[in-house]
Design a protein around this ligand. Sequence first.
Ligand code: BG6
Length: 466
Amino acid sequence: MREDFLWGSATASYQCEGAWNEDDKVESMWDRYLHDNHLENGDVASDHYHRYREDIKMMAEGKQNAYRFSLSWPRIIKDKEGTVNEKGIAFYRELIRTCLDHKIAPFVTLYHWDLPQYLEEEGGWLNVETCYAYERYAKVCFEAFGDLVDHWVTFNEPKWFTASGYLIGNYPPGHQNVQEFITAAYHVMYASALGVRAFRASGRKGTIGIVHSFGPVNGVDDSLKTRIAMRYADNYANNWVLDTAATGEIPFDLLCVLSQKYDLSFIREDQLETIRENTVDFLGLNYYSHTLVKPYTEGETSFVVNNTGKGGSNSLIIKGWFEQIFDNPDAIYTEWGTQIYPQGLYKGLKEVYEKYHLPVYITENGIGVREDVSAEKVEDDYRISFMNDHLNAIMNAMDEGVDVRGYFAWSTFDLYSWKNGVEKRYGLVAVDFDDDLKRKPKKSYDWYRDVIDSKGEKIRRKKWDL
Ligand code: BG6
């Protein structure tokens, strides 16, 4: 392991901060959506806003040397006119300083889904003006925190939040419209390039990347039909984010196919030029599972997402393109229907590195389960085994030359999981939501500390012949 390898864990503003309307923070689209629909929300969440010092100290005691978190745009910019909330700036400067005091590198994401509601009301990511508002917000952040931060991320998971918000409809704004999905997806990638450009123009030190919900594609067999389905699936799940951010080119075969049915006239040549000229320095990959596909057989395009964790599988069919398999009898799934498949990370990392030759960080990896946190110690051996096997996958890929520079467990402590509530727990540290939000390190926290201490030597290694 390199000496400067980042061993950390991750959170996101809406999922952990709480304090949803304190210190002049304005409403985000998630505040509005969850309040209006009377759903479990992040009003209090893990109360990180008030307890970040305790949380960061705990990370340091766990030997972690990096913290990936996101800035809340509605905490920093109060209105359409771009008025800066100095209290928001002060909060994050203090949080970042606390990291640095503990020798923890801040790994800062500009956007982890909490769009200010005042922008959503103007059309959100369907409106190109949101891209320019994002650019102005990014400039404020580089100016306010650039002296303290070396690692920046433009967006967390463009694919996940645009597909969920505009195609599947289970995230705000809750639409199901392919044309909107394409428009929003493109605008986010354009905004990301504007963010990269603003970073370079700021003259700040450090590097900037993008974080992707990485679902490397595998097929059921090697037939031509399956390989075509795999290409469709890869374009849908990965390439439009990774190719665009890393090479500056939107996959051309994807544009050709989309142009037959949808209106792409909103794409402007000068925007494509900006995308081409402002590629990222690194790729952040969030890995939870792979994408196992078979050729399309029949039925309309449809998506089913298990947000309850109470049985009921996920399903995904894109008419004419591919079907995703979620019920492989040989595989192991979580209660939420996520397949546990560390081999996918090993193979996917090699593919990504071969394709883009960029440094990679694993910016999220973890397992969401129900847990009884009333005991003094949560004995989460399943999480230890999950993390061990995924770290093993990363180390195997590194042995073969892949340039992985860091690993972030999701999540630093228990927090609010989008639409699944706080009972889908990912944390290394338990948060007792019924007892004053008390923090208690789980067994996995201790294990991870020892792994870090051993520089990875403590990982039980095995090789796969894939
Ligand atoms: C990633 C997100 O998609 O996965 C996180 O970046 C999210 O914000 C994590 O919480 C786990 O997903 P979920 O839906 O189980 O919370």
